[in-house]
Design a protein around this ligand. Structure first.
Ligand code: UD1
Ligand code: UDP
Length: 373
């Protein structure tokens, strides 16, 4: 069997590495196509190195652009590779423009798509990711839903065939790398941090960065936090903060440390040892509950409601009073802290990648891995 992987951004590399690894273990070398949606060293290459993905067969150098520009260019370039290579299946992960481009280009060439992390829904169609998820799911033949909740979302949209609940490969990634991170990363020493002595924050979501009003709210929240804050800044947010003069404002705060985006090992180590996490990232919400660190999500909805139901995540939006209320509780109410930290991980046992490969190989052997009429 000849599987092709299409990825292009930081979270896709992290979450697909365990699946690539699982194929390699069976003696299958997948074809790897990197769209180049993320291109800075800290957004792409560092992960390829740390996760030992040394073989990129095609680097498409799509780069940044408007939604249609980026998606369209990626589609055109992916199509050419798929036409030349004729893989048996195309794997994509998540909800980025790369995913939509990969899924559409592939299915139209009658190459079946397997969507890793299918069925997530924020029910907010103003998010580019929500449109990408819905369309990618409907273009896919094999849908790897991480949870029962995701499966139900697919069922509500009439997708019942080809759906497998397999857990989320983020658990595989955390389990495969947390111990290595503990050993290899010296980020705590580098930043002068004590375990549980700081909050880790990330924010890059379009709705929080494109709107000046929201970005100012975020900055105001960060400035008011009653704890040391480490903030590895996504390039999108860095550009916006700098253009509005907010970067300097944050840098002046003694309790705030801004850094470049970090590699996976440093980030995992920082996350594991954080007192709490504040984020608008999808993957970081998932990792927090896996690593037993309370998470406050700087959004009004989430496509990871399982984390909220389990009690490890609270949606605080950009409401300063609400954020402060929960931060204070986490810092002062030990019972409350423990309850959030001990919430059960809803994303599986860390064998999702292996399960996906088992399923794909079985479908392939039965001749069922194809675009159905
Ligand atoms: C994308 C995904 C988002 C995902 C995130 C992971 C879409 C619509 N969004 O958002 O779902 O959570 O990746 O991090 O696909 N930039 C750089 N260097 C880079 C990459 C980006 O400077 O290596 C800057 C550029 O100014 C670019 C901006 O960041 O215009 C946004 O990049 P883009 O890939 O469009 O979206 P992300 O915000 O990264
Ligand atoms: N991450 C990282 N370094 C950072 C910030 C995040 O390695 O400086 C990792 C994080 O551990 C998680 C993933 O990147 O696995 C999340 O990516 P991101 O927040 O960019 O995207 P999302 O998950 O929201 O799509």
């Amino acid at each position: 069997m000849k599987p092709a992987f299409v990825f292009g951004t930081r979270p896709e590399i992290i979450k697909l590495a365990p699946v690539i690894r699982a194929f390699e273990k069976r003696g299958i070398e997948p074809l790897i196509i990197h769209t180049g949606q993320h291109y800075d060293y800290e957004m792409s290459q560092v992960f390829l190195e740390e996760l030992e993905l040394h073989k990129i067969d095609y680097h498409l150098e799509v780069g940044s652009g408007t939604q249609a520009n980026q998606t369209g260019l990626a589609m055109i370039k992916i199509e050419k590779v798929l036409m030349d290579e004729k893989p048996d299946v195309t794997l994509v992960q998540g909800d980025t423009n790369t995913v939509l481009a990969g899924a559409l280009a592939s299915v139209k060439l009658k190459i079946p798509v397997a969507h890793v992390e299918a069925g997530l829904r924020s029910f907010d169609r103003t998010m580019p990711e929500e449109i990408n998820r819905i369309l990618a799911d409907h273009a896919s033949e094999v849908l790897f839903a991480p949870t029962e909740e995701a499966r139900k979302n697919l069922e509500r949209e009439g997708i019942v065939e080809g759906v497998y609940v397999v857990g989320n490969t983020i658990v595989d990634a955390v389990l495969q790398n947390a111990e290595v991170a503990e050993r290899k990363s010296n980020i705590l020493e580098k930043l002068g941090l004590k375990p549980k002595g700081y909050a880790l924050l990330t924010a890059h979501r379009a709705e929080n960065t494109d709107s000046e009003e929201n970005l100012r709210k975020l900055v105001d929240i960060i400035k008011s936090l009653p704890i040391k804050v480490i903030y590895p800044v996504h390039p999108r947010t860095e550009k916006r903060l700098k253009s509005l003069g907010l970067w300097e404002e944050l840098e002046r705060e003694e309790h705030v440390t801004l850094t470049k985006p970090l590699g996976y090992l440093d980030f995992l180590k920082l996350q594991k040892n954080a007192k709490l996490v504040l984020t608008d990232s999808g993957g970081v919400q998932e990792e927090s509950i896996i690593l037993d660190v309370p998470c406050l999500t700087l959004r009004y909805n989430t496509e990871r409601p399982e984390t909220v139901k389990a009690g490890g995540n609270v949606l605080v939006g950009l409401e300063k009073d609400r954020v402060m209320h929960y931060v204070e509780r986490l810092l002062n109410d030990e019972e409350f802290y423990k309850k959030m930290a001990n919430a059960e991980n809803p994303f599986g046992d860390g064998k999702s990648g292996e399960r996906m490969v088992d399923i794909l190989l079985e479908l392939y052997e039965k001749g069922e891995l194809k675009v159905k009429s």
